[in-house]
Design a protein around this ligand. Sequence first.
Ligand code: SF4
Length: 247
Amino acid sequence: MEAPGRKVAISLDTDDWSLRSNLTLPAEPMSLLDWLPFVQALGTYASRAAADGAREAGRRVSCAAGCAACCRHMAPVSPPEALALARLVESLPEPRRSEVRARFAAAVARARDAGLLDGAAAATRSREEQSRAYFNLQIACPFLDNELCSIHDARPLACREYLVTSPPEACATLDEARVSPLPTRVNLMESLARAGARTLGLPAAAIPLILSLEWSKTLDPARDRPGDPLEMLRVLLGEIGEFRVET
Ligand code: SF4
């Protein structure tokens, strides 16, 4: 018989939004990666709150299916997300798995050949120069199919949180004056990266999405140690905002 879960009530207040919710925690230890769907749900919740705020201010989010200009930027992911993406690719059936792996390899090779991932050239460029040079290469995200995200439900936090109210065609340019992203003060990707550093000893810095497979291979699988779900939840919420957990 399955062990009964522990019910908790959480309250979370951030600079952008607040959440009150009840959760049932499993009795068994959980990996930080098991928390990813919860953090992704928070990302969706945060995006909706930001879109609602924009609408009340008379602006409308223009992001829609079929517009994928931002999927040609160097999307950042937290190390726990990179690990989850690598596992997702491994779980794909063939021949899809090989196809996606090949896209990752081709994207990394192009960016590396252009000196955008490592080496002296990458070290001397500013982040903005790096992003511009990457966008100019028009490397599509390996998960992009016919201008649609093939992993929409599992897409990274950065992809969920980036929404604009400017005309879609402006995103296909590098003219920042024409692009109006929704302002957000909470960055869930960075929160998750910090939680990964605290609980699993992962690097706290984000990495380019296209390096997810390569980077994950360098990691000792034992690093992803499961821990007490309540303790993990507290670490996670503490990296996001002011929180209370009632058991
Ligand atoms: S994961 Fe999906 S939404 Fe994010 S950059 Fe790739 S295709 Fe676009």
